[in-house]
Every structure is written in structure tokens, then in C-alpha cells.
Design a binder for this molecule. Structure first.
Ligand code: GLY
Length: 369
């Protein structure tokens, strides 16, 4: 069966290849992009020895000059210091405007490598090889690239679409089970946005998915990515429907930031945010109990956290004020009328915070004692 997808953006359209055991094909495809005989692979110190070194060796065996550039793994390194070091190493290597940059790793690697590709020499060809579920179902598709500032995540960035994306679910075998669980939260989000059957598939096969069973992953990943690809094809720069991909993220980001990005993975925070939004959607949008239960069943089967109300502190709500999607005094929040029927609502921030507080049973401002 052919699972390949495409993101349709006119001249910048690109394919997404799903390839279990796809490392040979990956090398062949990269070779085809290296028009001046050079390629730069950007990875981190975890993925480098596991996979990217193998790609570098196999490209060198095929006669290419390869720079394999790594940096320490983790979100704290997704910053301008790392970018500057990578720029310097690319220039020492002799990068030219036809040299492709391969981002080989999870979301941090893809975002940073893509930012380098978007900016160095005013733009280089970019290839995404995501190796976590989170990056496979979400961040590797759609061209959002960027780095963090001390003031917040992803505050500097660009849209720079890849030439193609190659997803090898076999790479997920070396990922920790908690990382797989957190990544699958984004697949549940995509199901809630557009595909009720995907939710049931995840709920029924949660154990196999968590254990990185490739056949089960191949039933879920292409469907989850298809939803993202369709949304990006309609609205590349988030002027409309793409904002629905932020379902669960307004409060998710607030939970994540409140614990200093330690102790809660991004997908776990999104699961908490999504559960809260389901309740708000029930009261404001008439989301049915049946629909809420169908989405929650997938989150529960994956054993994603549910204690959003217990974790809701005034300091979490204060974070909503800093959300970069805020417009004036309003917060843009994604609610669901039904599975497959999201709506972006601009709500006065105070009203949103009061509603969350009422549902969670907390006071809504740290200034209120
Ligand atoms: N992760 C949301 C987006 O790519 O728009």
C-alpha cells in the first residue's frame, strides 16, 4: 500500500514519504538533492550516533562531501547561540546555495535546522527526517521553523517549507515510551480536529502504538499527518484554518511554561489543555458528551495525564496573558462544536480565565487572595 502524502502549495508543493526501514532510500533521495556534491546534516547528540552517522557514512560511500553537525539534545539548546555555532561550521565546510540541509532528529532539531536553512545565504534547500512521534505527526510538516528566546518559545522564526519529509517509524523503537505517549497526544488532537475513526483506532491499539509496533504506527501516522498536510495546504501562513491546529495548546503552553518546561512533556501538557478545552466546548459550543468521551477515551488509553483541574493554579492562568497568539485583550482559543468541527474564538482573556477557573474551582488571578 502507498501511504505517501503531499502538501499542496503550488510550486512549493512537497511529498511526505512513509518508509519503515527507509534508510537506504533516504540516502538515495538525499544524493539526488546534492547538486554540488555536498550536504549538511544537522542532528543532536542522541540521534547522531543512532541514525545520522549511518546516513553520513552511506552518503560518503556514495561520493558526497558531508558535514555532520550536532548539538546537545533538548529544548534549552534551541537558541541563537547554537544557530551561530552551526552557521560558522556550515561556512567552514564551504556551504553554497545548492547545499541541502537535512534536519535529522526530533522537533528541536527540525525547528533549528530549518531555521538555519531558512536564513543562511538567504535560504537553502531543506529536508526533514523526523525521528520522534511528535515531530513526525506535527512539527516536520508545514514549514514552521524557529528558535527560542529567554522570553519565550519559538519567538524567532520563519516559514520555510522542506523539499520533502521522510518518516521512518522504525526510528521510534529507540525512543522512550513516555516520549511516544506524549507524541501520540498530537495524533489525538488531529483526530479530534478531523477524523473520529482515527480516535477509535488510537484507543483500540494504544498498547501496540506505545510499544512502537510498526504496523500499528503505519495505521495511525499517515492518517494523522494527512490532516496536518491538508490544513497546511489550505492555509500555509496561519491566516485562517491553520490556527485550529492549536487545539489544546493555549492552556497546554501555559501548563508547560508554568513548570519551567521541566516535569511535563509538550504532548502531556497538550493532553491536559485538550481535556480542559473539551469541558469548555461542552458548555460554550454544545459539544456532546459522546464526542467528549470519544476523544477522552483515546487520551485515557494512552494513559496521558487527566488532572488538569488539580494542576490549574493562578500562575498557570497568568501565563495565558503571555500567549503569543493573543490579540489585544483577547485570547484566540480553539473550541470544538463536534469532532471534526473546530472553531477559533476570540475571547476576552478575563472571560476565558474566569471560565477555566470556574471549571477547575480555582481563583483566576494571583492578585486575588
Ligand atoms: N503545530 C502547529 C502548526 O504547525 O501550525
Amino acid at each position: 500500500m502507498n501511504y505517501d502524502l503531499s502538501v499542496d502549495l503550488g510550486e512549493r508543493s512537497y511529498p511526505i514519504f512513509f518508509r519503515p526501514h527507509g534508510q537506504d532510500e533516504l540516502a538515495e533521495r538525499v544524493l539526488g538533492e546534492a547538486k554540488t556534491g555536498k550536504v549538511i546534516i544537522i542532528t543532536d547528540k542522541n540521534v547522531g550516533p543512532l541514525y545520522a552517522q549511518g546516513l553520513a557514512d552511506s552518503l560518503r560511500n556514495r561520493g558526497l562531501r558531508v558535514a555532520l553537525l550536532d548539538f546537545p539534545a533538548g529544548e534549552p539548546h534551541k537558541n541563537l547561540d547554537t544557530v551561530r555555532r552551526i552557521y560558522e561550521r556550515c561556512l567552514q565546510f564551504g556551504v553554497d546555495r545548492e547545499t541541502p540541509i537535512v534536519g535529522f532528529g526530533g522537533g528541536v532539531v527540525g525547528d533549528l535546522a530549518g531555521f538555519v536553512a531558512a536564513t543562511l545565504l538567504r535560504g537553502l534547500p531543506f529536508i526533514q527526517v523526523p525521528t520522534t512521534i511528535l515531530s513526525q505527526v506535527d512539527s516536520s510538516v508545514g514549514g514552521k521553523v524557529g528558535v527560542n528566546l529567554a522570553e519565550g518559545k519559538n519567538l524567532i522564526g520563519a516559514f520555510h517549507q522542506p523539499k520533502w519529509v521522510l518518516i521512518d517509524p522504525q526510528c521510534l523503537a529507540t525512543l522512550g515510551i513516555d516520549e511516544r505517549r506524549a507524541g501520540l497526544a498530537e495524533a489525538v488532537k488531529h483526530g479530534a480536529l478531523a477524523d473520529a475513526d482515527l480516535l477509535d483506532e488510537i484507543a483500540q491499539n494504544a498498547d501496540a502504538l506505545l510499544n512502537a509496533d510498526v504496523d500499528s504506527l503505519m495505521k495511525v501516522l499517515p492518517r494523522a499527518v494527512a490532516i496536518k498536510a491538508e490544513v497546511v495546504s489550505q492555509d500555509e501562513e496561519e491566516r485562517g484554518v491553520r490556527a485550529t491546529l492549536n487545539l489544546g495548546h493555549t492552556l497546554g503552553h501555559a501548563f508547560e511554561a508554568d513548570c519551567g518546561y521541566r516535569g511535563l512533556r509538550h504532548g502531556e501538557a497538550v493532553a491536559l489543555g485538550l481535556r480542559a478545552i473539551l469541558q469548555i466546548s461542552r458548555s460554550r459550543m454544545g459539544l456532546s458528551l459522546r464526542a467528549e468521551e470519544r476523544i477522552s477515551a483515546a487520551l485515557d488509553a494512552l494513559d496521558l495525564p487527566s488532572s488538569w483541574a488539580e494542576r490549574m493554579r493562578p500562575s498557570v492562568l497568568d501565563r495565558v496573558d503571555l500567549d503569543k497568539k493573543n490579540l489585544g485583550t483577547s485570547v484566540r482559543v480553539v473550541l470544538l462544536r463536534d469532532i471534526g468541527d473546530p472553531v477559533v474564538v476570540a475571547m476576552p482573556r478575563d472571560e476565558f480565565k474566569e471560565q477555566v477557573s470556574a471549571l477547575a474551582g480555582v481563583k483566576c488571578s494571583s492578585e486575588v487572595v
